[in-house]
Design a protein. Sequence first.
Lengths: 247, 374
Amino acid sequence: MSELVIQASELTRTFGDFTAVDRISFDVKAGEVFGFLGANGAGKTTAMRMLIGLLNPTSGTARVAGHDIYTESEAIKRSIGYMSQRFSLYEDLTPRENIRLYGGIYGLTLAQIRDRTDVMLKRLGLTQVAGQAVRSLPLGWRQKLAFSVALVHQPRIVFLDEPTSGVDPITRRQFWELIYEAASNGTTVLVTTHYMDEAEYCDRISIMVAGRIAAIGAPADLKREHGVASIDELFVGLARPEVPSSP
Amino acid sequence: MTALGGLLRKEWFHIRRDRRTATVLVALPVVQVLLFGYAIRTDVNDVRLAVVDPAPNSVTLTIRNRFAAAGVFRIVAVVPRAEDLDPLLQSGAAQQAIVFGHDFAADLGRGEPAQLLVITDATEPNTGSLLQTYAEAVIQGYERETMVGRPGPFGPGRTISIIPQVRLRFNPTRESSNLFVPGLMAFVLTIISSLMTAISLTREKETGTMEALLVSPLRPWEIIVGKVTPYLAVGFISMIAVLVEARLVFRVPLRGSVLLLLLEGALFILVSLALGLLISARTSSQRLAMLGALLGTMLPNVLLSGFIFPLESMPAPLQWISYVIPGRWFVTIARGIMLKGIGLGYVWRETLYLAAMAVVLLAASVRSFHERLE
């Protein structure tokens, strides 16, 4: 469990005069559920985009799944899965067609795709609607399908960018069950969120404020160190330093 | 009242702060008026005239000078034999020709009616008719002047009679559909290639699927080829459909090589696709992409390609702009192949322009695709 699958060191990204991510360093161990917390604009999405190769860093280094993000982005892309805030499924295709498309993109054989499609649809309870356009499915179902599709090639790490924004509490909880299931199968999960209750579900979290990591560690340790009752309280204290956090 | 005032202010801010829309709102009417005002002109000037004069003498020279002095014609070639005309007309170096017979002056001298052949390129039917009328007016002017007694080679007051024989080349019945179909082909291909490519790529950006593709092991060129090839195929099929329809319904001639026409069409589709890619790389929403494709490719391809309005009668600046409009070259090529039956030997220059555009635009669009990752 001690293998480091993500190692970021002094990672920085600027847009003109604005520093979106300011020299962040952190490690993620294999099999961990690692939460990236922060307000909107704190830099969590930018940090994630640098790690998955959608954005070049301005400076700093990082290794993902043992590969350098500057020189080995191809190898990284093969070993990660990604699900954005906007689902990344084709809404006019059926679940079956979406799975087949992404399976093909990640180089699975047709036989592999067929097997995994059946398993996936059965587990998600989507077998009945496998031939309907994704557009016609309820939001929660679409989201679970998108998550499973991001895992179709069994990546070592899966990056989830605010996967639960705009979803009702029950669906959110079901979604987190899927995340735990993936983690128990050995997949490392890096998830951004601004729901503080979700932070409690993570093995470790980092709280980003204005592009920097203001706190990092296991939720229980952080609460103890800062003497707060909840992550929510800790977050508000870090994000607004002029307001003293209540003991 | 203040509530309405606030509403008005807010809307004004919307317009002012959305620079692109503001530019469109201001620039569009200005450009449209310019284009329509100048482009839709039915008069013709700077007509390229060729003269066949097997036996030059003072009579034929006088008539030639009258053409040159009419202000509309520019004599581009004087050749001795009628056979030399064909390449001039086919290449478009000459739009019209007057052919003197060997005995033209002698016939007039004997007081007999002399025959003068006027050949006009009628690929563009309206222009063709107009040229015909201009030429006949010049000839009639000469007749009249000789009659009213200005000193001439036949002495004052002589009645002479020149019978102009009219021949329309390439499109003898002046069918406008003949002119129309090559342009329409360019139009249809632009819609499918530029518009559909731009829209479908920006749709992937909007829905987030583009990110999923970019994060995948697919290389950028694979994504581009994957997105573009289906539209290339659709464009090709619809070009064939337009050609078949033109042939069966409008009986538009197809005198040249069909293979060459299809290859040139594929080249034009490629240019349009590259434009669509470029537009989608620079825009973030389907709405903007559609606007960009309409203003950037469809309007110019309709207005400045010679599809509807003859380029010859446009002012020089518009003609210069037309050099970078792919439709201009494709329409010229397609008309040449279909109506004049010419081969690559006559359209290599236009083909080269299109090929250069394809290379530059494809390189630029692949580049801007890479830049998005920065």
